[in-house]
Write a protein that binds this ligand. Structure first.
Ligand code: COS
Length: 384
């Protein structure tokens, strides 16, 4: 379907499609098998200037918005969700600086993120604070000109591979959601280390580790914005980033559909290609229809966010939940179409099905997205 993209948007699609086809797809099975971080592919993406898509031009970026990021992530996700997640996590780590950082902080960090001199990461989750993001225990205490951070963050994407981490910590326990603040921790800061690499079901080429802070001292000016705005900035960050996860679902589902259709045309049973059996053709028809419906929603939401920055929680969650549930279903159905072959690691669809699962979990489970949508509906109907 023609979504009437601008010339610049089409260029982003073309560049990321080429990287997916030439750099990612030939390597994805090996990276998955070896659980190896895609350093060389990320370098190629840096050479193509992809890390600054969402960063304003005055900070060395391309100046794109949510739709531009969505278009890139769709193509990269079509190549491999693990690689695309490593790329997306760098944007996630930089969004809080963009949203709430001081001018000085933006000038210092954003050009380095845009050029990929600094890879970034975002650190919210803890052992006892997943869906309940407000339940974090990591603390930051001001001591003269330094903040002292103590605590452990869990399941942090790009941990050990990033140069800077935006970390949420409690600065005043008595103030509830207004008691959290955000900090930039650099990989070289003393008192900061990592746990071992987690062994995951899917997105195995991405790095997922703990961040451990033991009396980690950072300069006072690494506070992002003001004391007490950490939780709100995190929520705004997730509002902006969730359409990107939806886009990974689009790309992944497209890849699975492509594999399923090609296979169904070639695989002969009972003397005919299996696509000529209605049972298979109807499955493919549903997969294609649900994918296109999700794409229309994700693009529409992303376009809206390009023009409106406030009041986007509901639609951001809507596109995340719809596109990632769709991706789980489409990848599962692709395995079913390929049947025994689909279950074997020689074919890419089993990896796609494993990778799809995380999309329903990270950046807020799909149950949390439905809570957000429900809460927003509740507020809207109170107003009317
Ligand atoms: N934008 C701006 N402010 C927001 C906001 C948003 N999207 N969402 C919430 N807030 C504000 C609320 O308005 C409230 O402020 P007031 O105290 O002034 O009323 C404050 O933040 C607390 O909000 P709320 O009471 O809704 O917080 P809860 O503790 O109930 O938690 C959920 C809300 C569940 C939505 C939140 O914890 C969440 O998103 N959890 C999932 C976290 C997640 O995605 N984790 C994945 C790891 S990060 S990769």
């Amino acid at each position: 379907m023609d979504y009437f993209l601008t010339e610049e948007q089409q260029m982003i699609v073309d560049v990321t499609r080429q990287i997916a086809d030439e750099k990612i797809i030939p390597k994805r099975a090996e990276l998955d098998e070896k659980e190896e971080f895609p350093t060389d592919i990320l370098k190629a993406m840096a050479q193509a200037d992809l890390f600054g898509i969402f960063i304003p031009q005055e900070y060395g970026g391309y100046g794109g918005g949510c739709l531009e990021v969505v278009l890139a992530l769709e193509q990269l996700g079509r190549g491999c969700v693990a690689v695309a997640t490593s790329y997306a996590a760098s944007a996630l780590g930089a969004y809080p600086i963009l949203l709430a950082g001081s001018e000085e902080m933006k000038q210092h960090y954003l050009p380095k993120v845009a050029s990929s001199e600094y890879r970034s990461a975002f650190a919210l989750t803890e052992a006892n604070a997943g869906s309940d993001a407000g339940g974090i225990q990591t603390t930051a205490i001001l001591d003269g000109d330094e903040w002292i951070i103590n605590g452990t963050k869990q399941w942090i994407t790009n941990a050990g591979e990033a140069d800077i981490y935006t970390v949420v910590a409690i600065t005043d326990r008595t103030k509830g959601p207004r008691g959290a603040s955000l900090f930039v921790v650099e990989a070289t800061d003393r008192g900061f280390s990592y746990g071992p690499k987690e062994k995951k079901m899917g997105i195995r080429a991405s790095s997922t580790r703990e961040l451990i802070f033991k009396d980690c001292r950072i300069p006072k000016n690494r506070l992002v914005g003001k004391v007490g705005i950490g939780f709100i900035t995190v929520m705004k960050t997730l509002d902006l980033s969730r359409p990107g996860i939806a886009a990974l679902g689009l790309g992944l589902a497209q890849a699975a559909l492509d594999e399923a259709v090609v296979y169904a045309k070639q695989r002969v049973q009972f003397g005919k290609p299996i696509i000529s059996f209605q049972a298979i053709a109807h499955m493919l028809a549903d997969m294609a229809t649900e994918l296109e419906a999700a794409r229309a929603l994700v693009y529409a939401v992303a376009k809206h966010i390009n023009h409106h920055k406030e009041g986007i929680s509901k639609i951001s969650s809507m596109c995340k939940v719809f596109a990632t549930d769709m991706a789980m279903k489409v990848t599962t159905d692709a395995v079913q179409v390929l049947a025994g072959y689909g279950y074997m690691r020689d074919y890419p669809v089993e990896k796609m099905m494993r990778d799809a699962k995380i999309l329903q979990i990270y950046e807020g489970t799909n149950q949390i997205q439905r809570n957000v949508i429900g809460q927003e509906l509740n507020k809207e109907y109170n107003r009317n």
